[in-house]
Design a protein around this ligand. Structure first.
Ligand code: CP3
Length: 383
């Protein structure tokens, strides 16, 4: 890891024209940023969703028993846990250690993240009177620790830092259900029963997501990921009508900052084209859809990120390697960012992820770019 002065921000990392800043110069050879933008890259970049976290002994050692929100509020600790997987695995991108519920927590909605459970909301969103509880974020006043963590990280890192936010639908689902939910029944009941109120809630959450992403990019993040983890619970028609316009407002709002935008959800096979249309440079794909099929769904000119089944990483190495090689073949090389189809499971042996990074880095992409590689990609496996 090199140490260099923190660069100015998006301006230094986002474009290939214009004078490079210290950060821009250090990231000039980034395979991750090249793949996001559809430019040539020598090797397939790799990082893992939830690469920081309980699968790492060094994480468990520093984390302590408190709420993850306490760890996020401590910029030194958040910096350290963000760096841990970069040091250990040699991944091609870091992801800011925070949580999709941090902004709503910071505006006083009353959110905690219960260990082993997930986000828990003290007084869930239940009617129009609750709209006033969802105000916009003032990043300097409400989440100064997030920007401080980003600034510390970009001074340390020689790989890009990914900022992120929860997409309006996924955050709304936690606010309405009050806790993680399998069927998202209350959320859908509100969406279908009072679409106007649902739209007002998602509009406010879109503003919140946009504000937090802008603050992260201004502080130095060189890519962003919008997590719509639970959008796959929706039919395409409901997604298009009730959700897409709000996610589009976030992604289009970020476009002006010039950093690559990754749009990800789980179980979104039927939504991939719409999620791309919402304004993504990179579409995250879970393990259910072969990447060659995903490429046909999102069309040319966009990169793909994914999609090894996180559970596959619990199998013996030979099985992991076989599954990873299948993902690489399906990805077609160029315009592919290797990742898991969802977050690293806490039971994962870090040694497996170490070997996985080596395997991905040893693979040589061919083809002429993510538009062209669609034509070369193998046919979908029975999809
Ligand atoms: O390495 C990283 O990916 C960066 C950090 C990160 C966290 N949360 C830290 C965290 C990121 C990107 C998130 C995003 C997030 N948070 C999402 C979207 C990604 C996804 O998984 O779909 C969602 C849905 C959440 C909400 C949330 N936070 C859940 C469902 C949980 C799991 C609860 C549990 O304990 O299993 C959390 C807690 C959480 N966020 C942990 C971490 C490292 C685990 C708790 C801990 O290790 O202290």
């Amino acid at each position: 890891m090199t140490r260099a002065p923190a660069g100015s921000s998006a301006g230094g990392t986002s474009t290939t024209d214009g004078p490079p800043t210290a950060v821009g110069a250090r990231l000039a050879g980034s395979s991750f940023l090249a793949a996001c933008r559809g430019e040539a890259h020598e090797r397939v970049p790799v990082w893992f969703m939830r690469q920081a976290g309980r699968s790492l002994p060094e994480y468990r050692a520093v984390r302590g028993p408190g709420s993850i929100l306490d760890t996020v509020r401590d910029a030194d600790l958040a910096t350290e846990v963000t760096l841990q997987p970069v040091r250990r695995y040699g991944v091609d991108a870091a992801i800011l250690y925070s949580d999709i519920m941090v902004p709503v927590g910071a505006i006083g909605f009353g959110v905690d993240i219960a260990p082993g459970v997930g986000p828990v909301v003290e007084r869930p969103f239940s009617g129009p009177a609750d709209l006033d509880r969802v105000r916009d974020l003032d990043p300097e006043a409400d989440t100064p620790y997030v920007q401080a963590t980003v600034r510390q990280l970009v001074a340390e890192l020689d790989v890009p830092l990914i900022g992120f936010a929860g997409a309006p639908f996924t955050v709304a689902s936690y606010l309405i259900e009050g806790r993680p939910s399998r069927d998202h029944a209350c959320t859908k009941a509100l969406m279908l029963g009072d679409p106007a109120l649902f739209a007002q809630l998602l509009d406010r959450l879109a503003t919140l997501a946009l504000t937090t992403l802008r603050a992260q990019v201004t502080a130095g993040c060189s890519a962003v990921q919008l997590f719509d983890s639970w959008a796959g619970a929706l039919s395409p028609a409901d997604y298009r009508r009730h959700v897409l316009p709000h996610s589009r407002r976030v992604l289009e709002g970020v476009a002006a900052l010039g950093v690559p935008r990754i749009h990800f959800g789980v179980g979104t096979g039927e939504l991939l084209a719409d999620m791309a249309a919402a304004g993504a440079d990179v579409v995250g794909v879970d393990w259910r859809v072969p990447l060659s099929a995903a490429r046909q769904r999102v069309g040319p000119g966009r990169a793909l990120q994914g999609n090894l089944d996180p559970a596959a990483c619990l199998a013996p190495w030979e099985a992991v390697a076989r599954a990873a090689r299948d993902v690489l073949a399906e990805g077609g090389g160029r315009g592919h960012i290797f990742n898991l189809g969802h977050g690293v499971l806490p039971e994962t042996d870090p040694a497996t992820l170490e070997r996985l990074v080596e395997l991905v880095h040893a693979f040589r992409p061919g083809g002429a770019g993510h538009g062209a590689s669609a034509a070369r990609a193998p046919q979908p496996r029975g999809a």
